[in-house]
Structures are given as structure tokens and as C-alpha cells.
Design a protein around this ligand. Structure first.
Ligand code: PRX
Length: 632
């Protein structure tokens, strides 16, 4: 592809152009796509409101840039290679033509069930090709998809459905996850009891387990597509029409619906994919994320397919039925680019080198990391034992809100530096600021990471609450997008991400808001108050530590702790379950009633050498009780 950078000097040259004249730069990238009508203006933006538009008044359908664009040359090329959870089950290889037909057929099914342009459709599905079909069919029809990770609980699912007033849920009877079988239809049934907007539920037969189908509401996937045509004319979309909503946690309140729109997201998903991974058509690319997260959206489905690539989709988990499962799959399909999270690497590191030994891994050309800072030990293990010391490792920093990779090496082009995301992609203008918002120029500086110019796939709004978008991302610093992360520019000018500077915890690469977990804990009738912080965790990166004030009558400490963990699991899902619960007599508070989390973080990290000034606390005596209770 002509927009692929090939050398380091080429990168610097492109970067320079993208900063000096962003409009010309992005217009050139945009031109390689198929538009029904060309845009009038490349970008219009105002970070105060915020109001950002890319490829203004351009008309297109993103799926025409996958299907109509490639069918004549790649009809028989695998679009999706699917590997099931159980290695004994048959795999599936879905060509571009088959994916096109499945998508069209499902468009017709959605339409027959009453879905129209602009309607919201929830996708709560396992990692099977039909999940990608569901996303693509929504996009082709003009419906807005909102994928919800199928590990979330019924109440978390209901919250998301209600927030975007979705009309339909797409789900399955059950999901396989390692040795477990998860009854997801039952979770959906419970959720939709409190979601008046849902009219229909389409259910894919995956596990064959018994489910209840509510007459008039529920319909099997195979029945919905039966007799539907495999032709469907894509709906014409405006560049700024909503493509999808994806919920993510923040430091306050409930998860926010991050809104991405059609034209800019399309351009950036493909551009970043092709450049970061140096993807060449014919390569087999594998990203181990779940489609419930942004990584799955941009780098399992949209990015690779927009590049005419072959994307591998894996239904299972890294350690089932054995700890060599990932490497077995790499060898089986001769995977060329492999993209995973540090937490998976650390989990596999624990098993030692033996599970890797049966596999050659010599097809690998590029390995990648995403979701959290990768510690140097994991970086070296991944680089040496998986990349065999000769694959570039791309440490990609980005967020649900950024839509695509923002800071990363370009594989084989940017020199590798362990634990450094390194340099921004062309078009991305990161800056480091101090607490007052002053730009810290030059090298050897550390502060908060902001972006000072728009990029095509950036968040447009938070669904149904534009003020929230403004307050969370555009109010901390004037005229800048604030990422919520801290960063350091080292002596070479390479960026290193230091992690969140707000009340967001990154657990196994998943974002959790402390307030969200506290709200769930507080639902337990015996809980008086709680405070949640993150602490360093060997495998998960960060663990969840909950300090809880409880009414203990009729309970033992152990039983109450177990009940509290279970409450969080039920309200949010297993990924939010606290790793540690400490029952405390009180929480350290300032005179204005604010919980002093700094102290709680220190105790949770077992680092009480320097607790700082506690004299301003309303209740300084409680600190000793907490330290004692933590066994320190
Ligand atoms: O703190 C950063 C961390 O993950 C956050 C974004 O989480 P989410 O929206 O769920 O998206 C994850 C996948 C893109 C960021 O604010 N993060 C993500 N990638 C990295 C990272 N931290 C350090 N290094 C990374 N490569």
C-alpha cells in the first residue's frame, strides 16, 4: 500500500509533513479509500466545545471499503481464520466472498426484524465469525453497534442497553471459555427484564445448551437468516454518522459510551494497522483481544479487513487445554504478526519455557503489546522467547477514546526500546504538560500526556452526554485532549507511558473505575462505606484492593469478604472482583471529607516507609489501624 512507511527517515519525513500540513497529509491518506462522495473539508475542529469533524460531508459505507473494494481480487482469500476454544473442534476459514454473503444475509435479517439506520444494536457474543458478521452487518445497514464484552454481568449489560436505548441484542445460547461453559443467554434474559427499549433478541446456537426463547422477542440466528438474500445494498453514510458506541470506565460514575464515527475511524484504523504492524497482504495476522474491547474493534475486525488482510480470531484462552495453546496456534497457521497484552505474557511466563519448546514460531515477523505498560522483564521474555530475539516488538499505546494506535514503534523501522511506546504515529501530536498545563518541551521531562491536535479516529462525544465528554477530556487543559495517563520523554526523545494519573485501575489490561467498583461494593447491605485502589500485581499489572467499613453483626470476616467479592462479580462481572478486601474501622479522610487515597495506595502496595503528611486528616488514628489490619 502506497501509504506504508518503509524507513526511519521516511517516518520522520511523513511525521513532519503531517504536523506542518495535516489537511494535505490526511487528504492524501483518505484518498486511498472508496467514497461515494468526496469530502468538502478534511478537518474542522474546536476542542473547547468539543466539536471535531473529519472528511466533512464525505459519503461512504465502511463495508464497501472491505467488500466492494477487495472482492474482485480477494474473493477467495481468507478474511477470517477462526480457531475454536476446543482444539478438537473443526476450525473455520471464511473467505472475503463468504464474509460478504454472510454480512449481507444478516443485514437482511436485521432489517426484517425492524432495524433501521441509526438504531442501536448490542452485540454480546462469543469470539466466533458471526460476531464480526454482526458488527459488519450493522455498519453496512447503518445501525450503530455497541459490543459488550460477554463476561460482563446482567446488570452491567442492562446499564449499557439502557444508556443507548438499544433496540436489539445479538447473543448466543452459551459461550465456551477454557474448560468452562457460560450460559450467556440466561444473562441476557435477566438483563432485558429491565430494558424497555429492547424489542428483539437474536440468539446464535453455539453450545447447544437448553435456553428459554421468549415468544415474539427471541429468535434463533439460523431462523433469522433462513431464506434471506445474500445481496444487500449498503446504506450511504455521512463521514460523521455514528459507527459504534463502546462503553469504557472512567474515574467517576458509570461507564461512558465512547462514540466513534464512520469516515475518520475507517481511515485511521487501516492506516495505523498497516504501518504499525507493517502488514503485507498475504500475511496471517493474529490479535488475541476480545471484540468486546476497542482492540478487537480496530485490530481484529476493522483494521485488518480494511487492509484486505487475513485476521485470525481465537475463541479460547491462553492456557486451555495447555499453556502452549497460543504457540500451537501460531505454528498451525504460520502467524506472521502476533498482538497480545502484557498480562497474557506474564501469565504464560509463570509456566516457564517448556510449553514453548514444541513450537518453532519461525513464521513470526512482528510481535506486539497493548493495554498496559509492559514491564521490562515481560518485554525481554516476550522478545527473546517468542520473538526469538529477531522480531520487532511494537509496544502500542492508545485508548478506547483514541480509536487507534497513537504512540508506537513501526515494526522493523523504529528502533526497539524496552518498555517504551516510543514515537507518535504521523498525524499524532502528543505533548507532556505539568499540572498547570504548561508544555514541557525537550527531553528528560515527565508529566501528564495530552494531544494537541485532532486525529481522524478520535472520540466525538460520550453518548447522550456531551458535557461529560467535555469535562472528562477537554477541560483539564485548555485546547488539549487529556489522556488520563502520565508519560515521560527520555533523553532520546522516546515516550514511556507511566500509567493512569486518575482514579482508573488497569487490571489485566482492562480499565476499571474505582468509583464503579465502590458503588458495586456499597450495594452489599452490610457495607457502610468503601474505598478502592490499585496495587502492583505480578500477573495482572494492577490488582483491586478494597477497604471496606462494615456492620459485622451475624458475619465472620471471611464470610463477609467472600460476599463482598461476589457482590462485585454479580454487579459488574468477574473482571472487577477485588483481589483483596480489608475490613477497616474507618477510612482516612481530610477535613473536607475526601478520602485520602494516597495513603490507601501506599498500604495496598505494602510501602509504608513514607506516608507523607497525615496531620491534616480528620481521623489520623485510623491510619495505624489500617496498617495493622493489612498485616504490615
Ligand atoms: O493507561 C493506558 C493503558 O490503557 C488505557 C486505555 O485503556 P482502554 O481504553 O481499555 O484501551 C486499551 C487498549 C487500547 C490507557 O489510558 N494502555 C494502553 N496501552 C498501553 C497502555 N499503557 C502503557 N502502554 C501501553 N502500550
Amino acid at each position: 500500500m502506497s501509504n506504508k512507511i518503509q524507513t526511519l527517515s521516511g517516518y520522520f519525513h511523513e511525521y513532519q509533513k503531517s504536523v506542518l500540513d495535516p489537511e494535505t497529509f490526511w487528504a492524501r491518506i483518505g484518498e486511498s479509500f472508496y467514497w461515494r462522495k468526496q469530502w468538502d473539508e478534511t478537518v474542522s475542529w474546536d476542542f473547547e466545545k468539543p466539536d471535531v469533524k473529519w472528511f466533512v460531508n464525505g459519503k461512504l459505507n465502511i463495508t464497501e471499503n472491505i467488500f466492494e473494494r477487495y472482492l474482485h481480487t480477494k474473493g477467495d482469500t481468507p478474511a477470517i481464520i477462526w480457531e475454536p476454544n476446543d482444539p478438537n473442534e473443526a476450525n473455520r476459514i471464511v473467505t472475503y466472498r463468504e464474509l460478504f454473503e454472510m454480512t449481507n444475509q444478516f443485514c437482511n435479517a436485521l432489517k426484517a426484524q425492524g432495524i433501521e439506520k441509526g438504531d442501536r444494536v448490542i452485540i454480546y457474543m462469543p469470539m466466533v465469525p458471526e460476531a464480526a458478521v454482526a458488527m459488519l452487518a450493522c455498519a453496512r445497514l447503518g445501525a450503530i453497534h455497541s459490543v459488550v464484552f460477554a463476561g460482563f454481568s446482567s446488570s452491567a449489560l442492562a446499564d449499557r442497553i439502557n444508556d443507548c436505548e438499544a433496540k436489539m441484542v445479538l447473543t448466543s445460547d452459551g459461550n465456551y471459555r477454557g474448560a468452562k461453559q457460560i450460559p450467556v443467554k440466561a444473562v441476557v434474559d435477566e438483563a432485558v427484564e429491565s430494558t424497555p427499549s429492547i424489542e428483539k433478541v437474536i440468539v446464535l446456537n453455539r453450545t447447544g445448551e437448553e435456553v428459554t426463547m421468549k415468544e415474539g422477542r427471541d429468535i434463533w440466528w439460523h431462523d433469522a437468516i433462513a431464506n434471506q438474500s445474500t445481496d444487500f445494498a449498503a446504506t450511504e453514510m455521512d463521514s460523521e454518522d455514528l459507527l459504534f458506541i463502546l462503553y469504557t470506565s472512567g474515574s467517576t460514575g458509570k461507564p461512558k459510551g465512547v462514540v466513534h464515527t464512520t469516515g475518520g475511524y475507517m481511515v485511521y484504523a487501516e492506516y495505523s494497522f498497516s504501518n504499525v504492524f507493517q502488514y503485507t497482504p498475504g500475511d496471517i495476522y493474529w490479535c488475541t483481544a476480545d471484540i468486546g474491547w476497542i482492540t478487537g474493534h480496530s485490530y481484529i475486525v476493522y483494521g485488518p479487513l480494511l487492509a484486505g488482510g487475513t485476521t485470525l480470531m481465537f475463541e479460547g484462552v491462553p492456557t486451555f487445554p495447555h499453556a502452549g495453546r497460543f504457540w500451537e496456534i501460531v505454528d498451525k497457521y504460520k502467524v506472521n504478526q502476533f498482538y497480545t497484552a502484557p498480562t497474557a505474557i506474564r501469565a504464560l511466563q509463570v509456566h516457564g519455557l517448556e510449553p514453548i519448546q514444541p513450537y518453532s514460531l519461525n513464521s513470526l515477523k512482528v510481535i506486539g503489546s497493548v493495554g498496559e505498560p509492559i514491564n521490562e522483564e515481560a518485554w525481554h521474555w516476550y522478545h527473546d522467547h517468542i520473538g526469538k530475539g529477531n522480531c520487532p516488538l511494537v509496544d502500542t499505546w492508545w485508548q478506547t477514546e483514541t480509536g487507534g494506535i497513537m504512540i508506537s514503534a513501526l515494526a522493523g523501522i523504529t528502533p526497539n526500546k524496552p518498555a517504551h511506546a516510543s514515537l507518535p504515529l504521523p498525524g499524532i501530536q502528543p505533548i507532556i504538560v505539568d499540572a498547570e498545563g504548561n508544555e514541557l518541551k525537550g527531553n528528560n521531562v515527565e508529566g501528564n500526556l495530552c494531544i494537541k491536535f485532532p486525529w481522524p479516529s478520535m472520540i466525538r462525544t460520550t453518548y447522550g452526554d456531551h458535557e461529560k465528554c467535555k469535562n472528562v477530556y477537554f477541560s483539564a487543559y485548555k485546547n488539549m485532549y487529556f489522556t488520563g495517563d502520565g508519560a515521560k520523554r527520555d533523553h532520546d526523545g522516546y515516550l514511556r507511558i507511566l500509567g493512569r494519573v486518575d482514579d482508573v485501575i488497569n487490571v489485566s489490561g482492562h480499565r476499571m473505575g474505582t468509583a464503579e467498583v465502590e458503588n458495586a461494593i456499597n450495594e452489599h447491605p452490610k457495607v457502610v462505606e468503601s474505598a478502592v485502589v490499585g496495587y502492583p500485581h505480578d500477573v495482572k499489572g494492577q490488582g483491586i484492593y478494597a477497604y471496606v467499613i462494615c456492620d459485622m453483626t451475624g458475619r465472620t470476616e471471611d464470610s463477609l469478604k467472600a460476599e463482598i467479592k461476589d457482590t462485585v462479580r454479580k454487579i459488574i462481572g468477574p473482571i472487577a472482583k477485588p483481589d483483596m478486601v480489608q475490613i477497616v474501622p474507618g477510612l482516612p479522610k481530610t477535613r473536607s471529607g475526601k478520602i485520602m487515597r494516597r495513603i490507601l495506595r501506599k498500604v495496598a502496595s505494602k510501602d509504608i516507609s513514607n506516608l507523607g503528611d497525615t496531620s491534616t486528616l480528620l481521623n489520623p488514628e485510623v491510619v495505624d489501624d489500617i496498617i495493622k489490619g493489612a498485616g504490615l
